[in-house]
Design a protein around this ligand. Structure first.
Ligand code: ZN
Ligand code: ZN
Length: 130
């Protein structure tokens, strides 16, 4: 598999991930290794926390859309071999809240591990800081 972005050291094969597959159900599955888009990098996950919101989100319908690799609190090794910690909040940088410096309440925000694949996997693709 070809990769567009930088690569932290994955092997190109499937990645074992903890996937939320239905309300009340998570499964360890082999998923394709992430293929980072331009502006994204692959992070080799070394540690991930389990947030209280994930227990809530995995047990009850309506908080997460399955199938989803959860995990929004994680750290690992970046493309250059450096230690990195992820800020899971992806903000637009253009809305009123962002322009006031309140990117955490961005109107367009997406959260890694909630709206897109997160860190409960060997590798995760994350956006570079803009
Ligand atoms: Zn959390
Ligand atoms: Zn915004």
């Amino acid at each position: 598999m070809a990769h567009n972005g930088d690569h932290a050291g994955g092997m190109g094969g499937p990645v074992r991930a903890l996937v939320f597959t239905a309300p009340g159900q998570v499964e360890l599955l082999d998923v394709p290794e992430p293929d980072p888009a331009p502006g994204e990098v692959l992070v080799e996950v070394r540690a991930a926390g389990i947030c209280g919101s994930e227990l809530h989100g995995a047990r009850r319908p309506g908080f997460r859309q399955p199938p989803l690799i959860m995990g929004h609190e994680f750290a690992g090794i970046g493309a250059g071999g450096e230690a990195v910690v992820i800020n899971p909040i992806l903000s637009c940088g253009r809305c009123a809240e962002c322009r006031r410096g309140m990117r955490h309440v961005c109107r367009e925000r997406e959260i890694v591990g909630v709206h897109r694949a997160g860190g409960f996997a060997r590798d995760a693709e994350v956006r570079r800081r803009r």
